[in-house]
Design a protein around this ligand. Structure first.
Ligand SMILES: Nc1nc2c(c(=O)[nH]1)N[C@H]1C(S)=C(S)[C@@H](COP(=O)(O)OP(=O)(O)OC[C@H]3O[C@@H](n4cnc5c(N)ncnc54)[C@H](O)[C@@H]3O)O[C@H]1N2
Ligand code: MOO
Length: 425
């Protein structure tokens, strides 16, 4: 390799840069919840992050009840031939009976109705025959029912005192059902995080605006807006800031006073027109910059007073990779949740990479495909450029290649991180 090609490699210094795992550790150490707590009615609690533990105050269900429409009876009255019972009471759901069931008596019962005292088993009505004799109603229950059949026990779903959900959990529909089943009408939840989205760059224009040579449409705003949609945030669009240090300084200062997190893209490197890093250092504290990853190297993290600050690189692929790996878990922690790690699995590669730089972790855009032998393989988007939105669009996930790997041959195991594991599609 010639000296020139070495000098041309802008990743030459990866050895001195922060490793991915070190960056994650810094974020874990530095970030804690800043969102306030508020009371939220269950109707509005979907996707909110719980700020309290939820414990069952009583058994669910509260009492033994029937799982079917049928006839409740005492199993001890029943023998191999079946049973012949006089129907002595009728119990509908919501109308518990206090009358104890005597020997050879049955209660007409409906699904969800509380078992009458003394009864322990229910026969389904389709399996029974009824008839009248001397003005009395009887039911014939066929043989074979086990004691307790078709009876749901008190507390069989949840026992009184069971811990159902812990603070920090993001509420799904089934969690809301579980809370509702305890009778709790409102919960303590963290307020959604107030996030300001800022795109920086003289070249940027919003879709719909006219462009001329050298201009670029602001794709990152829509990328980040979409990625934030799956997180407990309220976003504000601060638009595009020109590469003007004093303008950016004023806006960042104002914004930091009003928001929990400022998320910028662009201007993260050190060119004369890149102001974000210098301004973060001037206005607040920087905890991280320059990672040994590709793409995403100029990613930065810090704070301006009590406002967290994430400066993502301008290249859209780098912005998305950094968002998924770093911004997403940071946002979730700031919002009261846990540090979200991606889910991934090992899978053979359908591609080869003859030479990969050591000392840096790489994230390719990729998808799963079927190999000739029918096995599933990971395929990689051919081109590596960090400005290629096409790769993101075609991908279903990221392929994570660790620092020590210097070559990938077809069939080597690689780690696939499906986008679904990041909560996106
Ligand atoms: N001399 C060096 N140059 C660069 C380095 C370096 O270390 N030394 N790092 C490169 C890497 S890696 C990346 S990534 C980029 C990121 O730099 P910035 O964060 O300063 O981003 P910009 O220069 O503002 O923009 C980079 C690229 O992305 C386009 N861009 C920016 N914002 C948007 C947007 N909202 N929507 C669509 N596209 C956007 C911008 O036009 C540029 O083409 O720096 C390398 N350079
Ligand atoms: O790391 Mo930059 O992230 O090449 O695009």
């Amino acid at each position: 390799m010639s000296d020139k090609s070495v000098l041309n490699d802008c990743f030459l210094h990866d050895k001195q840069r922060l490793r991915h795992h070190e960056a994650l550790q810094i974020l874990k150490d530095q970030v804690s919840t800043i969102a306030d707590v508020e009371t939220v009615r269950l109707e509005n609690a979907l996707e909110r992050i719980l700020a309290e533990d939820i414990t069952a105050p009583r058994n669910i269900p509260l009492a033994d009840n029937s799982a079917v429409d049928g006839y409740a009876f005492r199993h001890s009255d029943f023998d191999e031939a079946g049973g012949f019972f006089q129907i002595q009471q009728r119990i509908a759901a919501g109308h518990a009976s206090n009358a104890t069931l005597g020997p050879w008596a049955a209660g007409r019962i409906f699904t969800g109705a509380v078992m009458p005292p003394g009864a322990d088993t229910v026969a389904m009505q389709e399996d029974c025959e009824t008839h009248q004799q001397d003005g009395k109603d009887f039911v014939i229950v066929p043989q074979g029912l086990k004691k307790g059949a078709n009876c749901r026990k008190a507390g069989e779903d949840v026992k009184e005192g069971t811990a159902l959900l812990a603070a920090g959990h993001r509420l799904r529909p089934q969690d809301l059902a579980a809370i509702a089943s305890t009778g709790q009408a409102a919960i303590k939840a963290f307020r959604n995080l107030k996030v300001a989205l800022v795109s920086t760059g003289d070249e940027l224009r919003r879709p719909g605006d006219l462009i001329s040579v050298g201009d670029v449409y602001d794709a990152n705003h829509f990328l980040l807006r979409g990625l934030c949609a799956g997180l407990p945030v309220e976003i504000a669009d601060l638009g595009i800031l020109k590469d003007d240090a004093s303008l950016i300084e004023t806006r960042l200062k104002e914004t930091a006073e009003q928001f929990d997190l400022v998320l910028t893209t662009g201007g993260a490197s050190l060119g004369e027109e890149d102001h974000i890093l210098r301004l973060l250092d001037k206005l607040g504290q920087r905890h991280m910059w320059q990672l040994a990853i590709k793409p995403g190297r100029p990613m930065m993290f810090g704070n301006i007073e009590s406002c967290a600050f994430l400066g993502l690189p301008g290249n859209p692929v780098a912005a998305m990779v950094c968002f998924l790996l770093y911004a997403r878990p940071v946002i979730n922690v700031l919002a009261g949740g846990r540090f979200l790690e991606p889910q991934g699995f090992q899978i053979p590669a359908a591609f080869e990479v003859p030479r990969k730089k050591p000392d840096r972790r790489e994230f390719y855009r990729g998808w799963l495909e079927e190999g000739s032998d029918g096995n599933t393989l990971a395929q990689k988007f051919q081109r590596d450029g960090s400005g290629l939105i096409s790769g993101l669009r075609e991908a279903d996930g990221l392929i994570e290649i660790p620092e020590e790997t210097t070559e990938i041959r077809k069939g080597d195991l690689v780690r696939f991180l499906p986008f679904s594991g990041f909560g996106i599609r």
